[in-house]
Design a protein around this ligand. Structure first.
Ligand SMILES: *[C@@H]1O[C@H](CO)[C@@H](O)[C@H](O)[C@H]1NC(C)=O
Ligand SMILES: *[C@@H]1O[C@H](CO)[C@@H](O)[C@H](O)[C@H]1NC(C)=O
Ligand SMILES: *[C@@H]1O[C@H](CO)[C@@H](O)[C@H](O)[C@H]1NC(C)=O
Ligand SMILES: *[C@@H]1O[C@H](CO)[C@@H](O)[C@H](O)[C@H]1NC(C)=O
Ligand SMILES: *[C@@H]1O[C@H](CO)[C@@H](O)[C@H](O)[C@H]1NC(C)=O
Ligand SMILES: *[C@@H]1O[C@H](CO)[C@@H](O)[C@H](O)[C@H]1NC(C)=O
Ligand SMILES: *[C@@H]1O[C@H](CO)[C@@H](O)[C@H](O)[C@H]1NC(C)=O
Length: 333
């Protein structure tokens, strides 16, 4: 008989079964370039200072977060990091300083963040920052504007975080030109329909990508996303939470039973995705995996091979799930 069971108690049991220490759900990006502590010896170049000022000018900054951006030495400006040897600007950390809170509703989120958000236009003057390797614009409010194509020409970038910043439209394939990129976080809100994806062929440009987050992007038109991800041999962490918008996304997780991925993931987020009818076999090739399946709908019948995953998992998050169907005996509960 089919019914809906809440998974909470099972989740607790599963946590008891995992004896390995828990890892934090977000890994620190251990990539931040040395910031300019040694600013006595270096002043930023006039060209980079001007580039930052035009960048500031085209932004909206109602709370005055960029008010320290005055004076000669841009290496001292808040959010700007320079290489301590060359004095070149290498880092722009402009994420919203408000701590990430959890709201049930994206409208509340937006309102709370909006108080200290940056918004407006992102100026192509950023292209004058030739050595920029770290750009974080997360949690700001770009009111559904598109991610600018020219970001794909910031050749030195190793870290790009545009998450939760209310960008809209199609993710520009130009980002695939960022061949040095190691971290790409584009997790969006559904607010402006989320970020749209026409294809993921551009992923092939990423030679060193370790971390990819396309959370809530609309992958409806990309039934072959698994093939695109298959080109990322350096990948360690994959976030595809909430990309469920394809009628066949439950199948897509599953189709390639003999697929052996080129990577060994340590973290996989599939929150808010429909799961079933069985867990993909390739997951069993990923040892020491942190697997997050929060708020998923697990369709009847519950995947029989669920217990085959146990030995491989370091941490399994199954909070607030619904099971539509019966729990199989093999689960042992
Ligand atoms: C705050 O939100 C409003 C819409 O609710 C928007 O017009 C405005 O640009 C946002 N502010 C910033 C700084 O993004
Ligand atoms: C900084 O950028 C310049 C111009 O693109 C390049 O020649 C130089 O090698 C870069 N320096 C570093 C440390 O990446
Ligand atoms: C990107 O920014 C968000 C919000 O600031 C943060 O939670 C997330 O960990 C960042 N992603 C990466 C890969 O560092
Ligand atoms: C960057 O990527 C886009 C789209 O993939 C492409 O059309 C363009 O020619 C590339 N630009 C450079 C400078 O490689
Ligand atoms: C995703 O894209 C498809 C095809 O363009 C569209 O029909 C659907 O409404 C989109 N989903 C969301 C949540 O915007
Ligand atoms: C979904 O999968 C079924 C069975 O493989 C197929 O017939 C159908 O065309 C697929 N639908 C879409 C939108 O891809
Ligand atoms: C996934 O998408 C389908 C079709 O839009 C929807 O019926 C289902 O509830 C969605 N599942 C989740 C977990 O959002």
């Amino acid at each position: 008989m089919a019914g809906t069971h809440t998974f909470t108690s099972i989740a607790h049991l599963l946590l008891l079964f995992s004896f390995c220490p828990l890892r934090p759900p977000y890994s620190q990006a251990a990539i931040e370039p040395a910031s300019a502590t040694d600013t006595q010896t270096f002043r930023c170049s006039e060209m980079e200072r001007k580039a930052l000022l035009s960048f500031k000018q085209s932004l909206l900054d109602p709370s005055g977060r960029l008010s320290s951006w005055v004076g000669e030495d841009c290496c001292k400006w808040i959010g700007v990091g320079c290489d301590s040897r060359t004095g070149h600007v290498v880092m722009l950390d402009l994420k919203n300083p408000l701590p990430m809170a959890k709201f049930d509703d994206e409208y509340e989120w937006r309102e709370a963040l909006n108080k200290s958000s940056l918004g407006g236009k992102i100026s192509p003057s950023l292209l004058d920052l030739k050595n920029l390797s770290y750009l974080d614009l997360s949690l700001n409010d770009f009111t559904g504007n598109k991610i600018p194509e020219f970001l794909g020409s910031l050749e030195s970038l190793r870290y790009l975080n545009l998450s939760f910043s209310f960008f809209g439209g199609v993710i520009p394939p130009h980002l695939g030109n960022l061949s040095r990129l190691q971290y790409l976080d584009l997790e969006s809100f559904y607010y402006f329909g989320g970020l749209d994806v026409k294809n993921l062929k551009w992923l092939v440009g990423f030679r060193s990508l370790k971390h990819l987050n396309l959370g809530r992007a609309n992958l409806t038109k990309v039934p072959d996303w698994l093939e695109a991800v298959n080109t990322l041999s350096s990948l360690l962490e994959l976030h595809l939470s909430g990309v469920n918008s394809s009628e066949n996304s439950t199948l897509v997780l599953d189709v390639k039973h003999d697929w052996v991925p080129p990577f060994k993931l340590d973290t996989l987020y599939l929150d808010k995705m429909p799961i079933g009818p069985s867990f993909p076999a390739w997951l069993q090739t990923q040892n020491g995996l942190l697997l997050s399946l929060e708020d998923v709908v697990i369709f009847e019948p519950i995947p029989e091979n669920i217990e085959k995953l146990w030995p491989n998992l370091e941490y399994l998050n199954l909070a607030s799930n619904s099971i539509i169907g019966e729990i199989p005996r093999s689960v042992g509960l």
